[in-house]
Design a protein around this ligand. Structure first.
Ligand SMILES: *Cc1c(COP(=O)(O)O)cnc(C)c1O
Length: 228
């Protein structure tokens, strides 16, 4: 086995253990491999190992990589980074799922970027679990209004919530708050049952708090190359 295959298998085993520990089935979980800063060839290598969900967080790198990787049957690209409204068209063109919708203007921009006949775009509403607006995400107090707004845009499908754990607080209580915020969104969109949470350092806590989509980078890809 290659190092990559070994790390992937090891993380999947840890995911299965963490799920079992809280009475969940790992088959309910989508493991997204975050490939940011790595070359497109890594995505192809992961695909050969059976990975079908990959994540990117910078629009330019994302758009370039999607072209370089080319069409691979069943591969889903998740956009997980902060998005500028003027990049909505490029993001929509390349993404299967956008995890980082955190304001009505961005939802509108993604909606208006749809061309006739485009499939509906799955989106998650990113919630800020900190008091620092620079961390991205809608403030929890504004989440219900954002859900109501996004739910009215016919080319978007609100699937749930996404968050990044705070740096200055243990992840478990923060992810418990996220579980409540997910309920807030489900009160608006009843079938929006996705919770995107959990990275290399905290995916076990996220699984315990009900995460359905894990975004795992370095534990699988190895250390990220220096950003250029
Ligand atoms: C980079 C990134 C991840 C993955 O981080 P790792 O710590 O390498 O697992 C997950 N989510 C977001 C939003 C990221 O930017």
């Amino acid at each position: 086995m290659t190092d990559l295959a070994e790390r992937l298998a090891a993380v999947d085993a840890q995911i299965a253990d963490a799920a079992r520990a809280v009475g969940r089935d790992a088959s309910e979980l989508t493991r997204i491999v975050v490939t940011k800063f790595h070359p497109a060839s890594l995505v192809a290598d992961l695909y050969r190992l059976g990975v079908r969900d990959v994540g990117e967080n910078r629009q330019q790198e994302f758009s370039r990589k999607v072209v370089e990787v080319g069409a691979l049957e069943g591969l889903r690209w998740h956009f997980i980074g902060q998005a500028q409204t003027n990049k909505a068209r490029a993001i929509r063109a390349a993404a299967s799922v956008v995890h980082s919708v955190d304001r009505a203007r961005l939802a509108d921009a993604l909606h208006h970027a749809a061309d006739d006949g485009d499939p509906v775009l799955d989106v998650l509403l990113q919630v800020n679990l900190t008091d620092d607006p620079g961390r991205g995400g809608v403030a929890p107090a504004e989440l219900e209004a954002l859900a109501t707004h996004a739910a009215q845009l016919p080319s978007l499908r609100v699937r749930g919530v996404m968050a990044v754990a705070p740096l200055d607080e243990p992840p478990a209580p923060a992810f418990e708050r996220l579980r409540r915020y997910a309920d807030t969104v489900r009160a608006v969109v009843p079938d929006a049952d996705w919770i995107s949470a959990g990275m290399t350092a905290d995916f076990a806590e996220a699984i315990a708090a009900g995460a359905t989509h894990l975004r795992i980078g370095s534990a699988i890809t190895g250390p990220r190359p220096e950003r250029g």
